[in-house]
Design a protein around this ligand. Structure first.
Ligand code: CP
Length: 332
């Protein structure tokens, strides 16, 4: 650790809730320094050499899992890869017993994705390493929100300290079951953005406006076009794995009513030719977003994935330097 290294105010990244604006700025600024590392021919720094990062994925993942693994490797850490499928969870082993056995192998950092909200918090009580939440149930997906904010700041050529003042971001979709929406509402507001959320009434939890300070619409066109309009739109997948069939209509009805289809996008682009289109993935093309829109020059979907590596390097690095028992090398 360098003498000037700033520390997060929290020992674990369990959610955006609990982070200060300074914490968010520290993570985003540190991620910026790792973008430079990732642009080098030799994309590796020795910061976590000799450290062990356990990647515990009890739920499916492509982007989060691979980018956390790549982040750990670029920091020169060793990795333990666990996925519930193919593990002894299939034989009935509990989360607690799984955690105790992995703890016995001595991980310094533990990345966890789990279908149960609060699972990372429980692990933080029984494991000695620092925990990074890689998505827990309907609760939070903090590194997704951080990489989304990083992507917006990059697109708008702003520093993290400058924040998102004066910008309006609209999140569209299954707000009630989306951990991405929850973490983004918290972080975008923390960084100064105005936030609108839109979706079918069955996908909008009560008291959103009061709890998160966002503007709530059950008509997506009102959300996108009323007032001064929006600067970015974040389309979300319907969380079919978490939704009761009763709250969902057909995919075709959803696409017409709430999807970012070509006609809606053309209108949006005509209103603001700098509109930024986001999606955390995985995409259901033709449902919440048309293929032509996802692949358009307004889309930053693959930038989000690319930035996820630098952001997760920053999270692993800062959690490691925050651990009193860990003496960590320089990020450079
Ligand atoms: N955005 C996201 O969490 O994607 P994965 O489920 O593929 O990790």
């Amino acid at each position: 650790m360098t003498a000037k290294q700033k520390l997060l105010s929290v020992p674990h990244l369990l959610g955006i809730e609990g982070l200060t604006r300074d914490d968010a700025i520290l993570i985003l600024d540190t991620a910026q320094s790792f973008v430079e590392v990732n642009s080098r021919q030799l994309k590796k720094v020795p910061a976590l050499r000799g450290r062990l990062v356990a990647l515990l994925f009890f739920e499916n993942s492509t982007r989060t899992r691979l980018s956390f693994e790549l982040a750990a490797k670029r920091l020169s850490a060793d990795t333990l890869n666990f996925s519930a499928s193919g593990s002894s969870v299939q034989k009935g082993e509990t989360l607690l017993d799984t955690a105790r056995n992995i703890e016995a192998m001595g991980p310094d950092l533990v990345v966890v994705r789990h279908e149960a909200s609060g699972a990372p918090w429980h692990l933080s009580r029984v494991m000695s390493g620092a925990i990074a939440n890689a998505g827990d149930g309907q609760h939070e997906h903090p590194t997704q929100a951080l990489l989304d904010a990083f992507t917006l700041l990059s697109r708008w050529r702003r520093t993290a300290a400058q924040g998102l003042d004066g910008k309006t971001v609209c999140i569209v979709g299954d707000i009630s079951r989306s951990r991405v929406a929850r973490s983004n509402m918290l972080l975008l507001k923390l960084l100064g953005a105005r936030v609108r959320v839109a979706g079918p009434a069955t996908m909008l939890p009560a008291a959103l406006a009061d709890v998160y300070g966002v503007d709530v619409y059950d008509d997506v066109d009102d959300a996108l076009f009323s007032g001064d309009g929006v600067d970015a739109v974040m389309m979300l997948r319907i969380q079919k794995e978490r939704a009761a069939r009763a709250v969902m209509g057909s995919d075709d009805d959803y696409a017409v009513g709430y999807g970012l289809h070509r006609e809606r996008f053309d209108r949006l682009h005509a209103a603001n030719d700098g509109i930024v289109v986001m999606h955390p993935g995985p995409i259901n093309r033709g449902v919440e977003i048309d293929a032509a829109v996802a692949d358009s020059s307004s889309s930053v979907i693959l930038d989000q994935t690319e930035n996820g590596v630098a952001v997760r390097m920053a999270v692993l690095y800062l959690l490691a330097v925050g651990m009193a028992r860990t003496d960590v090398g320089s990020a450079a």
